[in-house]
Design a binder for this molecule. Structure first.
Ligand SMILES: Cc1ncc(COP(=O)(O)O)c(C=O)c1O
Length: 387
């Protein structure tokens, strides 16, 4: 498959809607300003990073990520992961795509849990792989059906891909399901690619299970500055993996696409991780306040929407019970300046065509909800009547 054969649908939609008034789809945490980051860093007593930011070499930084940043990222994991187990990429999307180029070959088979972020599947296809999709369902509370994964394994299955915490549903995979998938992968020599970009945004942190990189040498965990911390502009993503032969392959592949990363971005990423607790606390406060408003709204409008409160991340998948498909509903909202992500954006089963994604991690969400409510009120009687 050629690289340009399947454009990324979310990017196409976002290009067209750059100036839209209500970004009710947004998934990453409230973006930070550099000024706020500097304040967090000062409060944290990390003046040396501020000095480094103002006085660092503008020559090439180290390929695969500077050691100081890799060291800092390793602190997000348990003792099984150290700096040598981390490879840096320019954001998570690049990480997931380059990883498939490095590890898969024509004819390899991958199992992908859907609904999913499009690039997770496109990467496998660019690498010449085939894909079996297994859909999460609301009936199973968005939990992976391990028997279905088992049944999908072929002789050439090399890769199992999932996203946990899950975008769009906001669900968390149970620790038990994860353990069963790890056992299956180890038994069949399958690598697990776990997109964990929403990790650390659990509503109840006690529900956070181990990272796949901590659980098995077959596991690759994906992270990014964008989602938990609202620092996507630093353009830093990474893969954590215990297996150093995999790390070496990723470093080689990465070198083909980027000589190094922006050193200012790396230093910002170190500041972010060192102030992580405070930044996450700020971001979770926004999320919790927004979730209260959403719970109230969906309680009042349960004739038209089914809302399963999310467990983690910045997104929820809402069932629209009106007489339009969720794609049609999304198009009508767009005409009103309100952007949600309709199901066509995801690699998504037909059975989920009534679901659309909203985002609740931004301070702008309450205004988006007011506009959404106004639009729904204008049609509520008609939609209910026709149901
Ligand atoms: C599940 C998932 N993975 C990866 C990404 C990409 O992250 P980044 O912006 O760091 O490339 C996104 C962004 O929306 C996402 O939702």
């Amino acid at each position: 498959m050629h690289l340009l054969e399947n454009p990324i649908r979310s990017d196409q939609l976002l290009e067209k809607t750059f100036d839209i008034e209500h970004r009710f789809y947004a998934s990453s945490a409230q973006p930070m300003t550099l000024k706020e980051l500097m304040e967090f860093t000062k409060e944290n007593g990390d003046q040396h990073l501020i000095d480094l930011y103002h006085d660092h070499s503008m020559g090439y930084a180290e390929n695969a990520g500077s050691p100081d940043l890799r060291q800092e990222i390793a602190t997000l994991y348990d003792a099984s992961i150290s700096a040598e187990n981390i490879v840096i990429f320019p954001g998570a999307q690049t990480g997931m795509t380059i990883t498939t180029q490095a590890l898969l070959h024509t004819g390899d088979h991958a199992i992908i849990i859907t609904p999913s972020y499009q690039s997770l599947e496109e990467g496998v296809r660019y690498a010449g792989g085939s894909v079996t999709r297994i859909s999460l369902t609301p009936e199973d509370k968005w939990q992976v059906n391990v028997d279905a994964v088992k049944a999908a394994i072929q002789n050439n299955t090399k890769y199992l891909v999932f996203n946990d915490p899950h975008n769009p549903s906001g669900s968390l995979m149970s620790a038990d399901t994860k353990k069963q998938l790890v056992a299956l992968a180890e038994q069949h020599g399958i690598l697990i690619f776990s997109d964990e970009v929403y990790r650390l945004l659990e509503i109840n942190p006690a529900e956070r299970s181990a990272s796949i990189a901590e659980m098995t040498a077959n596991g690759l965990a994906l992270g990014t500055m964008a989602k938990p911390w609202g620092a996507g502009g630093a353009c830093i993503g990474w893969i954590a993996c215990q297996d150093l032969t995999i790390i070496e392959k990723l470093q080689k592949a990465q070198h083909l696409f980027a000589v190094c990363f922006s050193r200012p971005g790396e230093i910002q990423a170190m500041m972010v991780i060192r102030a992580s607790d405070k930044i996450i606390e700020r971001n979770m406060k926004i999320i919790r306040e927004n979730l209260i408003l959403l719970d109230e709204f969906f309680d009042e409008y349960e004739d038209l929407f089914e809302w399963v409160p999310p467990q983690a991340g910045g997104t929820g998948f809402v069932n629209f019970k009106g007489p339009l498909t969720a794609d049609e509903f999304g198009a009508k909202l767009l005409e009103q300046g309100i952007l949600v992500f309709p199901p066509y954006i995801f690699d998504c089963d037909e059975a989920l065509k009534q679901y659309f994604r909203i985002g609740f991690s931004r301070r702008t969400m309450p205004a988006a909800l007011i506009a959404f409510k106004k639009f729904v009120d204008e049609h509520r009687a008609q939609w209910r009547y026709r149901k």
